[in-house]
Design a binder for this molecule. Structure first.
Ligand code: ADP
Length: 603
């Protein structure tokens, strides 16, 4: 696909996107179009009366009374038309305020709704900051786009076509000159905007998005930056991106200036042609002073609109460019979608079966799982262990259907999860993540996220079960404390207990626990351990286990290595077997003591 066709396609897509939103607001669009057209038609007829006025006052002394009447009449019409213009413009502007706000609101909501539903993979590959920038930039571009199309280009079109018709009826030659000049000017301007400025602007916008992404990435990782005293490194990283953005944007602005100058030269040529033709007609006795006044006034009206048409087309181009990335969001596939007619999944026992599952991460050369089969019985507590990167986390992501399989099926209580509604599946699986992420909202809201509308008593009960109540009560505002972005104001152990409280409240039949790998102080560890054990009661539980104390408490252990289950069984059997599991335990400095299970080597 060449650059030109791509640019044409995206422009069309953006305009189609805008018009689709207009279709939802037909009354406002109709009001604006009608008011704007009436107001501009008044402009078209203004020169006609200006011509009559001049003709009336240049007649001889004998007919002064009759002339006065004509002149006054013309004057009255001119004033009346002026009033009509004002009233109609006022109406149109009121309409556009409402239309634009409604559409902006809708567009932001739609984009957010879509982005939220994009697959985990999409989010893993996108900068949150860049996405925010795309959506907000697109919203504001709509404002410019509406003003340009409805308040600027529509009236310009009405004036240009109207003037040509009125002028052409009166004086065909003049109509022709104006028509040729106007059409040439508009085609040239549109060409400059779409073929000369737009490609440069598209590139500049990509860099503008990168600026947003770089800022957000560095700011959200501020803790790491601080830890390494790397502020200057990040400064220079941003500065490199900004330099590139600067040079790309300079090119756009310079091209904009160049095309502006070309437009002014063209306007000068048109003016020379029109005035020259008028003089020639006058010299040949085909025009009165009134006719000249009429042509000149028309020219000035046309000139004003044409000069602005250049600006409007540039604005249209800019708003299209600014909206492209937003519209692109609507074109991107969701990744993981509900099948048509997908029904909610009903989970009772919580038996999970992998049936010859193949799975391949995009971009990887080899599949992670080939022909993986396993069954986790309802209510069983299963531990996943294995070296880092062996495929433990991916297994739980697949159970949540964050990715689709390339072969085989995953069934919960006999139902294929690929055929169920995603939301119903995920709402019946509670997760405690390794690094729980909290909203910058109160603790109560964070816990209640698992069950909207949960009362304070339920929230507190969940927090008590999670051993979180005591630390929460020690916070200055208790359950009303705000936790900072992503929960940064809490310690790792505290965040984990809030996440456990959330899982208690969710009360889901299936539970996924991803233990924190980072060492916690022993008090926290005991509290978390107790809470987890309570939480696992009566649920199918899958634990990505890093701590031996946890592994010991589980019914069954699956040992992963490079996407395969290489050993499985209870802790004792596996330890005795002396395979990978044994090596992992030994590596952690643990030994097996008969009768006491596993203890720390130091015990
Ligand atoms: P574990 O939890 O055992 O550490 P994972 O299941 O997270 O392992 O990862 C298994 C393999 O898949 C690793 O090689 C990892 O690099 C890769 N991987 C994990 N997530 C993604 C992803 N979103 N896109 C591509 N590859 C991934």
């Amino acid at each position: 696909m060449t650059r030109e066709t791509k640019s044409g396609d995206t422009t069309r897509d953006v305009l189609r996107f805008t018009f689709r939103h207009w279709r939802d607001q037909p009354r406002y669009v109709a009001l604006i179009v009608a008011a704007m057209m009436t107001s501009t038609l008044a402009d078209v007829f203004m020169p006609v009366f200006a011509g009559q006025l001049v003709d009336a006052i240049t007649v001889g002394a004998a007919e002064r009374d009759a002339a006065l009447r004509v002149a006054l009449m013309a004057f009255a019409f001119m004033t009346g038309l002026g009033l009509v213009t004002i009233v109609m413009r006022h109406l149109a502007f009121y309409g556009i305020v409402e239309l634009t706000l409604r559409v902006m609101n809708r567009v932001a909501q739609d984009a957010f709704a879509r982005v939220q539903r994009f697959s985990t993979d999409w989010h893993a590959n996108s900068f949150a900051g860049s996405t925010v920038r795309k959506i907000t930039r697109g919203m504001w571009a709509l404002d410019l786009m509406h003003d340009t199309l409805l308040l600027a280009l529509l009236p310009s079109l009405v004036v240009l076509v109207g003037s040509m018709v009125v002028l052409g009826l009166h004086w065909p030659v003049m109509g022709l000159v104006v028509a040729i000049g106007t059409v040439t000017f508009i085609v040239m301007t549109a060409f400059l905007a779409t073929r000369y400025v737009a490609p440069a602007a598209r590139l500049a916008n990509a860099w503008d998005t990168k600026v947003g992404g770089t800022l957000a990435d560095a700011l959200s990782c501020n803790a790491v930056v601080k830890a390494f005293g790397a502020e200057r490194r990040e400064d220079s990283r941003l500065s490199r991106v900004l330099d590139k953005w600067q040079s790309r944007t300079r090119r756009v602005w310079q091209r904009g200036t160049n095309s502006g100058t070309v437009q002014f030269i063209a306007l000068l040529a048109i003016r020379a042609a029109i005035i020259g033709t008028a003089l020639w007609l006058w010299w040949n006795g085909q025009a009165t002073p009134g006719d000249l006044a009429y042509v000149l006034t028309t020219y000035f009206v046309i000139h004003g609109y044409l000069r602005d048409v250049g600006m409007h087309i540039n604005n249209l181009r800019r708003s299209v460019n600014d909206m492209e990335e937003l519209v692109e969001i609507h074109r991107e596939p969701f990744g993981v979608v509900d099948r048509p007619g997908a029904a909610p999944i009903r989970i009772r026992q919580g038996e999970i079966a992998f049936d010859h599952v193949d799975f391949h991460y995009a971009g990887h050369e080899t599949p992670l799982y080939s022909d993986l089969s396993l069954t986790i019985r309802g209510g069983e507590r299963v531990g996943l262990v294995g070296p880092s990167g062996s495929g433990k986390t991916t297994l739980v992501k697949l159970i949540q259907r964050l990715y689709d399989l390339s072969g085989g099926a995953i069934r919960i209580d006999g139902q294929d999860i690929a055929a169920a509604q995603q939301a119903s599946l995920r709402s019946q699986i509670a997760i405690v993540q390794q690094e729980p992420i909290l909203f910058h909202r109160t603790l109560a809201e964070n816990i209640a996220y698992a069950r909207p509308g949960a009362g304070m008593a339920e929230i507190e009960r969940a927090a008590r079960l999670a051993n979180a109540h005591d630390f929460i009560m020690r916070l200055p505002k208790g359950y009303g404390t705000l936790v900072g972005e992503r929960g940064v104001k809490l310690s790792g152990g505290e965040r984990q207990r809030v996440a456990i409280a959330r899982a208690f409240l969710a009360d889901a039949p299936i539970l996924i626990l991803d233990e924190a790998t980072s060492a916690l102080d022993s008090e926290s560890e005991v509290l978390i351990q107790q809470a987890m054990e309570r939480l696992m009661e009566g649920r199918t539980s899958i634990v990505i286990a890093h701590r031996l104390s946890t592994v010991r408490a589980l019914d069954h252990i699956l040992v992963f290595d490079t996407g395969r289950i290489v050993e499985e069984g209870s802790h004792e059997t596996l330890y005795r077997k002396g395979g990978l599991y044994r090596r992992l335990c030994d590596h952690q400095g643990l030994k097996f003591t008969r009768g006491r299970g596993v203890g720390l080597a130091a015990e």
